[in-house]
Design a protein around this ligand. Structure first.
Ligand code: FAD
Length: 312
């Protein structure tokens, strides 16, 4: 028998949608993800302190926040399957979703599969991840370890400009490292960065490795024009080299943009009636847990109203 609704993904967006749909007695099934787009629970499972999610003035760890959201979704009756969706057919009624072990039929789908932040392949990446290396300046820049320190940002697009400017509020200095001799960011953003006295730019430069004892204390960098390598002192490194939306399994099924983000129309509706999208998989601007949760709520409400309209 077909499910009424399947939610794909169990980050803040998917679990918030699950809470709303379960409380509306729609008995949702959540295919929570396993490996292809990150672990079940989503991006917050790989972060330590969350200081900006409302309701937690003392901060909360990412895994604990996600465990609480999952428990809340389960309390109202959400069921979970620990797999990835690897293929789907959204031209069928009911829709078909395939995982490695099963095929599911469902009247509606909520896609909440997030976007994975790209990382540099540094030899010491694992050692310093969450100990000085981050992929989100807006999330982590204000943490005590980064305040009044020299911080580095790597990238050359609008995100790298935005993150560098944001970090100037906390850092003593920001070093923006870019491998080419010009940025691809918009001229307006570049101007703001170039005019900010706290930002120093290193063009034609790559990072070869991160260095430090228990936490990051510097970077080994190489100038691609001169071939010169040297070490610089920084207490933080922020990757701003883009995100990859987890939409491979949707190719050809639904409208997505050039970068792979799902295009939502108006609210959370997609190009296929009965398929909704929420969270980072359709948001390249805010990319925060609270905005993902907010759009998960919207998708849950939109889906519930769609099903009531259909059945009446
Ligand atoms: C290092 C780091 C620190 C951060 N810190 C903060 C912070 O302090 N505060 C803040 O507000 N935000 C923070 N963020 C951003 C925040 O994590 C995201 O905005 C938020 O998690 C997006 O939620 P989401 O539900 O859209 O997607 P995600 O959290 O990415 O969840 C996606 C879900 O989809 C699943 N999935 C993917 N592909 C498939 C598939 N094919 N089949 C089934 N499931 C699939 C994954 O397993 C996962 O469960 C941070 C991000 C990073 C990377």
């Amino acid at each position: 028998m077909a499910e009424k609704v399947i939610i794909i993904g169990s980050g803040p967006a998917g679990l918030t949608a699950a809470i709303y749909l379960a409380r509306a007695s729609l008995n949702p099934l959540c295919i929570e993800g396993f490996i292809s787009g990150g672990v079940a629970g989503g991006q917050l499972m790989i972060t330590t302190e969350i200081e900006n999610f409302p309701g937690f003035p003392e901060a909360i760890s990412g895994p604990e926040l996600m465990e609480r959201m999952k428990n809340q979704a389960m309390k109202f009756g959400t069921r979970f399957v620990s797999e990835d969706v690897i293929e789907c057919d959204l031209s069928k009624d009911p829709f078909l979703l395939r995982t490695a072990s099963s095929t599911f039929q469902t009247e509606t789908v909520i896609v909440a599969t997030g976007a994975t932040a790209k990382r540099l392949n540094l030899p010491s990446h694992e050692k310093f991840w969450n100990r000085g290396i981050s992929a989100c300046a807006v999330c982590d820049g204000g943490l005590p370890i980064f305040r009044n320190q020299v911080l580095a940002v790597v990238g050359g697009g609008d995100t790298a400009m935005e993150e560098s400017l944001y970090l100037t509020h906390f850092a003593s200095k920001v070093i923006l490292i870019h491998r080419r001799d010009e940025f691809r960011a918009s001229k307006a953003m570049q101007k703001k960065v170039l005019n900010n006295p706290k930002i120093k730019i290193l063009y034609n430069t790559i990072i070869e490795d991160a260095i430090g004892d228990k936490s990051l204390s510097g970077l080994k960098i190489k100038n691609l024009k001169s071939g010169e390598t040297k070490e610089i002192e920084v207490k933080g490194l922020f990757y701003a080299i883009g995100h990859k939306p987890n939409t491979d399994f949707l190719k050809g099924q639904i409208e997505i943009d050039d970068e792979g983000y799902i295009i939502t129309k108006g609210r959370t509706m997609t190009s296929v009636e009965g398929v909704f999208a929420c969270g980072d998989v359709q948001d390249k601007i805010y990319r925060q847990a609270v905005t993902a949760a907010g759009s998960g709520c919207m998708a849950g409400v939109d889906c519930e109203r769609y099903l009531s309209g259909k059945n009446s």
